[in-house]
Write a protein that binds this ligand. Structure first.
Ligand code: AHR
Length: 844
């Protein structure tokens, strides 16, 4: 009997240790006495950039693509050389390299979205600038109908078809002029792919040798999203056609040159505290000349030249500065304007103006501010009134540049800051530096703007990132201007972002603003962002719903919230191979040593390449005692054949020859899809950090990245120390990066109090594929009332995601709970985000 008790006792211990005893739960404790950070109303905003057809073919309701026949216009500041639009060979502001940025350029772009069908072979057409409708938009389509009875159809595809709703009204505008003595007819109509026609309008054209505006209204007798606009010309002579524009009459708030109702409302439902415009990299430009020039985005849309926007298409800027400000006002968001800091995007050409020549660009920024909030007796305030809005717009933030780095930027920033602050002291000014060493040099800015495009696991790992911000980064407030979990869009990645947002909310005295990016995406173009649409419908990815849950359930201040897990996670353990590699880079290695306890246990001059090493990928060869990987188009992998089981130090010399990044030293490698690495030159050679590859997905392992790049042509002494889950990387005997790789348990909690509603708001993220069993313990919280509103989004599959065909596959559900008290059992379903709103009082 005694033995039996003994056995039961042991079993209980084992079960307790594995957490599988029924009733054992993690404790989620909320302490109503320990008040944390205030959560500002500004916190949750959005980032707008013309990328993935966010404006044209998206929010902006124009249905005709390439309406002004300007799509063949080269990006400003570039020259056409051998089929490439080439930026000038000017030095890049970050490191004086000559980037010679260029993009392939195709003549056919000028007829983008247009087709001309010649029905009897007696006509021709061309894009011409011989008779500009406006100097800013010089191109037009010229049709030459060479014989009586020539018939030509000019057809526009819209943005992947045009959508019509039965009974809906649409307004077409176009400009034309004809040659002398032109006589002919024009039929305009919309036709779908089945050949069904909506509303034919017949026009008779006399000779009209001056540009004239024509307007036609349609009422649709049908619904569908595969319509195209037809202009059929019949006659003899020449016709010039320009600025062909079709809008639904019902735009958002009925505005002319307005926005799509469905998308504008969908974004409005997020109740963003602010909207950032115009970007993003397009605020910088692929050359400086190519930046968004806000003055070209206001006034008569027909006169706006538009710009090739570095995300692969030309933007009309029909959704320009004025429309942006108007939309902010309409949905009660504050506006954030991003100006250029005198430098083009460093990942493109990076050309810049010298520090002493910033006057014009500073003035450009000041004028933008004046346009938004200046008195109507100022030049630009008056222009705003002329454009229909005498009252100031809600501009509250100005960001100086985007994703800029370095000393040159810090100097530019200071000049902009001084000039703007002097005239507009109440504006919040954001510095585009992230956690860079130049933050101090920039004079301890009001705000800095870190961006994160990392895998879902990076976000799961970094919920605590802002709990302890290193003092070296000063005390600037933080605007997380762009973040997104990369890779397969799924509930799993959205919950990773949610985990990260729990840390943002907890630290919101410091982090005052956050916006996901990119925001919008036309389903026919690019990867899924947050809000996706075609020409007829719109849906939110799971992260849209999660962001909305955060934004609509923002407490006034945080309450201390802790999780005491039943099980402490097992520390990371790994075995595997050591190896060397590269990423899009040609590299050389020599003097390779593995040490244990200070003693060399393996050394190599690579003469043993064929016996002790195995090449997995790349073009590796040995000459003398130097191992070289030459291929810059692939990632290189070579592993030592024996497994490394224990802590060790890897020493070697490494030299970059050419290419994108630097060196990779692997450890704990199972194969080329699963390993850990010291990643020297990660993020396009911006940092030295660690990384993990799991089933092919690389997650960068860093909290605050350093900004150390690997210079080509230089031998570096590299040392990697591996002690359990604590790793250090030294370059030339100087510690470059150290990281402790903690085990990952995807459970998160944050809570706060809504003073108006007198409700505790508790947010729980379960990023695991199994239920999270918890007991909520409410300490120093009284007067708990039921029912408690629960808002929850979840799915049995972490891979679930909404789509055009299943737009509501995973959306939040609300229910009302009874029986909630100071100790309350909760089972968070697998892959879930749960919010509880608990009516109660706090005992201060
Ligand atoms: O969001 C897309 C781009 O990513 C932004 O333009 C830029 O700031 C970042 O690099």
């Amino acid at each position: 009997m005694k033995n039996l008790y003994h056995y039961i006792f042991l079993l209980a211990i084992v079960l307790m240790a594995s957490g599988s005893i029924k009733g054992q739960r993690d404790v989620i404790n909320v302490n109503g006495k320990n008040i944390g950070d205030k959560i500002p109303a500004s916190l949750y905003g959005v980032f707008f950039e013309e990328i993935s057809h966010a404006g044209d073919g998206g929010l902006y309701a124009e249905m005709v693509q390439n309406r002004g026949f300007e799509d063949g216009t080269l990006p400003s500041g570039t020259t056409l050389i051998n089929g490439f639009a080439c930026a000038p060979a000017f030095p890049c502001y970050s490191n004086d390299s000559i980037n010679r940025f260029k993009i392939r350029w195709d003549d056919k772009l000028s007829m983008n979205a247009w087709t001309v069908v010649n029905h009897n072979g007696k006509s021709s057409y061309k894009i011409t600038s011989e008779n500009p409708l406006d100097r800013a938009t010089p191109h037009a389509l010229r049709l030459d109908l060479n014989e009586n009875g020539s018939v030509v159809s000019v057809i526009n595809n819209g943005y992947w078809g045009m959508a019509l709703n039965k009974g809906g009204s649409y307004h077409l505008t176009f400009w034309m002029k004809t040659s002398q003595n032109y006589q002919g007819e024009l039929s305009v109509y919309l036709k779908n792919t089945k050949g069904e026609i909506v509303d034919v309008k017949q026009l008779y054209l006399g000779n009209n040798t001056k540009w004239a505006k024509y307007e036609v209204s349609f009422t649709s007798s049908n619904s569908g999203n595969d319509y195209r606009l037809y202009l059929d010309f019949k006659g003899k002579g020449s016709i010039y056609l320009d600025y062909v524009s079709l809008f639904p009459v019902k735009t958002y708030k009925g505005r002319i040159n307005g926005l799509r109702n469905d998308i504008a409302e969908f974004l409005g439902n997020l109740k963003p505290a602010f909207i950032r415009w115009p970007g993003g990299c397009i605020a910088e430009g692929l050359t400086l000349e190519n930046r968004v020039k806000w003055k070209e985005t206001i006034g008569d849309p027909m006169k706006r030249p538009g710009e090739y926007n570095l995300w692969g298409y030309r933007s009309t800027y029909g959704f320009g500065y004025h429309e942006f400000l108007q939309y902010c006002e309409d949905i009660q968001s504050d506006a954030m304007f991003v100006c250029n800091a005198g430098m083009a995007c460093l990942f493109r050409n990076g050309d810049y103006v010298e520090e002493g020549q910033l006057t014009d660009l500073i003035q450009e920024a000041l004028d933008a501010i004046e346009y938004a909030i200046g008195d109507t007796n100022t030049i630009w305030g008056k222009q705003r009134a002329i454009n229909g809005h005498p009252e100031p717009f809600p501009l509250k933030y100005v960001e100086i540049g985007n994703e800029n780095v370095g000393k040159r930027y810090a100097a530019h920033y200071k000049q902009f800051y001084k000039a703007i602050k002097k005239r507009y002291p109440a504006l919040n000014i954001i510095c585009a530096l992230m956690f860079h060493p130049e933050v101090e040099e920039a004079g301890n800015p009001e705000f800095i703007d870190p961006h994160y495009y990392e895998t879902a696991d990076w976000f799961y790992r970094n919920d605590r990132l802002y709990d302890h911000i290193p003092a070296i980064y000063g005390n600037s407030k933080i605007y997380i201007g762009e973040y997104a979990a990369t890779g397969n869009p799924s509930l799993y990645s959205s919950l990773g972002e949610a985990a990260f947002l729990t840390g943002v909310e907890r630290n919101s005295s410091r982090i005052q603003l956050v916006s996901y990016a990119p925001l919008f995406q036309n389903a026919n173009h690019g990867n899924a962002h947050m809000i996706v649409y075609d020409n007829n419908s719109v849906y939110g990815r799971t992260n849209y719903h999660i962001m909305k849950m955060f934004a609509l359930n923002r407490p006034d201040f945080n309450l201390e919230t802790t999780i005491s897990p039943v099980n402490n996670p097992k520390p990371l353990q790994f075995t595997g191979k050591i190896g060397l590699g590269s990423c899009g880079t040609s590299v050389q290695y020599k003097d390779f040593i593995v040490e244990k306890n200070g003693q060399a246990i393996y050394t190599s001059d690579f003469s043993d390449l064929n016996t002790n090493w195995r090449i997995h990928q790349g073009n590796w060869n040995v000459s003398g005692n130097i191992l070289t990987q030459t291929d810059t188009n692939t990632d290189g992998y070579i592993f030592l054949e024996t497994n490394q089981r224990e802590d060790c130090t890897i020493r070697l010399k490494a030299r970059k020859i050419k290419g994108r990044e630097g060196f990779r030293i692997f450890f704990g490698a199972k194969d080329i899809q699963n390993y850990y690495m010291a990643d020297l030159g990660s993020h396009q050679n911006e940092s030295v950090i660690f990384g993990e590859r799991k089933n092919g997905v690389i997650t960068s392992l860093f909290d605050y990245r350093n900004t150390q790049s690997i210079r080509a042509g230089e031998w570096y002494d590299v040392r990697i120390e591996i002690k359990g889950n604590h790793w250090k990387c030294y370059l030339n005997n100087k510690l470059s990066y150290e990281y402790t790789c903690q085990p990952l348990v995807r459970h998160y909690a944050v809570s706060g109090y809504d003073q108006d509603k007198k409700e505790l708001i508790l947010k729980l993220v379960n990023g695991e594929n199994k239920p999270w069993k918890g007991i909520i313990r409410l300490t120093n919280i009284t007067g708990i009332k039921n029912p408690v509103r629960q808002i929850q989004i979840h799915s049995p599959s972490a891979n679930s995601e909404n789509s055009l065909t299943s737009p509501q596959a995973v959306i939040p559900q609300t229910k009302y709970l009874q029986g909630v008290k100071d100790k309350y059992h909760i089972d968070c379903p697998p892959n879930s985000f749960t919010i509880l709103r608990i009516p109660c009082s706090l005992s201060f």
